[in-house]
Ligand binder design. Structure first.
Ligand code: PHE
Length: 455
């Protein structure tokens, strides 16, 4: 006999969980450093364009597939068109989820480490930018703590996922997301009042210089938009599968996209003025926020308190994202292989940990993983580009083809209209799913293949 599928406790519960998946390190760690490395404001503009015209489209497509089929990322395709190759989109999604979790867990571990460091006053005894740099380099170069923090973070993720969907996830997000939002606002205010350098930072971040625009920026901005919105790997299919038919997919998707984007833009607004005020380079790479923010907190009244609170809340925001990364694989093993939730969570989480070890060691602990053969970048950066950019982009391409051409926008639109009382933007969305999104992604890949500029 079938047990009824778990559902979110309430509509707001679903929105919070989806927003919890979307808001995370992607907004506060990845967005600022990608912006810094890729020329500033021009990147931001292209990013926003992709969020609106591709992100929202795919978000709605994924939620619709999920709610319609009420299944996991693989089973959903199988339910709509049994015995076809489409389910491999879901298989790719599961692999991508574990791939992302492996390096994401490392960076999430850094936030946990920085929580303790701030709390213990490690930063208030320092002065000057080099010393913040030294603390960071020493921290991420320590093999033991890197691996322990990764294990702790993935362990907590496994624990929460194994306790089940609504009990585990909804409770956290409800209280903590608004708090994170508040601290980011405080950070923005402090950063904007740091004096000289601020206006330079603002113009880097807000005044596009299209001469700096390189074609590679398009794939990075698109990848960042998908990464930040948790799209292209079935996370939103899986979360959508727990939504009730009475809920409004359209307004939920719109809210999540808007909220996620506002948080990312605010994070940039806190970081770039501060960064320029301190005379640092925007091309700091994955360490950027860990170098900039501790010194901003240092210059803030009650900085130890706000800094510690910030890193703790960021760790929790990362946790609500890692939960969704793991849930994609877990839902698959529960639905399709009849595994218990606990077994599925432990097995897939352990796998992500093992795959994560080279990333953890790639930031100074091991020379070999610091510059891997062929691509000559650290293993973590490689995984980040491979899974965080390319796999999500490929996944999104096939999801849009599936909905636009195989399943059909008519059938999908019917599902969307349920609980939304109609679907006014239907023609625009259908155009985007069928033509704009897949074509734009296709063009970007043709360019990449022609130039070989993948990493
Ligand atoms: N969106 C998350 C973040 O921005 C990361 C993520 C990507 C989560 C893909 C799930 C799926 O931090």
């Amino acid at each position: 006999m079938e047990t009824p599928r778990e559902e979110w406790g309430s509509k707001i519960g679903f929105i919070l969980a989806a927003a919890g998946s979307a808001v995370g390190l992607g907004n506060i760690w990845r967005f600022p450093y990608m912006t810094g490395e890729n020329g500033g404001a021009a990147f931001v503009l292209i990013y926003i364009f992709f969020v609106i015209f591709i992100g929202f489209t795919i978000m709605l497509a994924e939620l619709t597939i999920g709610r319609h089929s009420q299944r996991n990322a693989v089973g959903a395709f199988e339910a709509i068109f049994p015995k076809t190759g489409w389910k491999f989109i879901g298989v790719l999604g599961i692999i991508t989820g574990i791939g992302i979790l492996s390096f994401y867990g490392v960076v999430a571990g850094w936030t946990l480490g920085y929580f303790f460091k701030t709390l213990l006053g490690d930063f208030s005894r320092l002065s000057g930018e080099t010393s913040f740099q030294d603390v960071f380099a020493g921290f991420i170069g320590n093999p033991v703590s890197e691996i322990v923090y990764l294990a702790v973070f993935i362990g907590i993720t496994i624990y929460i996922v194994s306790r089940g969907i609504s009990k585990g996830i909804e409770r956290w997000t409800k209280i903590l997301m608004p708090l994170l939002f508040l601290i980011i606002i405080l950070l923005v205010i402090r950063a904007l009042t740091l004096g000289s350098g601020v206006s330079k930072g603002l113009s880097f971040y807000l005044k596009p210089d299209f001469r700096a625009l390189k074609p590679e920026i398009f794939i990075r901005a698109l990848g960042q938009a998908l990464f930040s919105l948790s799209l292209g790997m079935g996370a939103m299919i899986t979360y959508g599968s727990y939504i009730s038919k009475k809920d409004n997919l359209l307004s939920s998707a719109a809210f999540v996209v808007l909220f996620d984007t506002v948080i990312a833009l605010l994070a940039g607004l806190a970081i770039f003025p501060a960064l320029f005020a301190m005379g640092m380079s925007p091309k700091g790479g994955p360490g950027l926020v860990f170098l900039v923010l501790p010194s901003v907190f240092d210059k803030m009244p009650a900085g130890t308190f706000f800094g510690a609170a910030f890193f703790l809340l960021l760790a929790i925001a990362a946790l609500t994202s890692t939960i969704s990364l793991l849930e994609v694989a877990v839902a698959y093993f529960i639905d399709e292989k009849n595994w218990s939730r606990v077994k599925a969570a432990v097995f897939t989480g352990a796998l992500a940990f093992v795959v994560g070890v080279p990333s953890a060691l790639s930031q100074g602990a091991s020379k070999w993983f610091h510059k891997i053969p062929l691509v000559h970048i650290p293993f973590l950066d490689f995984m980040n580009a491979l899974f965080g950019n390319y796999a999500l982009t490929v996944g999104s391409f096939f999801i849009s083809i599936f909905v636009g051409w195989k399943w059909g926008t008519g059938a999908a639109a019917k599902e969307i209209a349920l609980g939304a009382g109609g679907f006014k933007l239907r023609a625009v969305w259908a155009f985007s799913v069928r033509f704009f999104a897949p074509f734009a992604i296709f063009l970007i890949f043709v360019y990449l293949i022609l130039t070989g500029r993948f990493f």
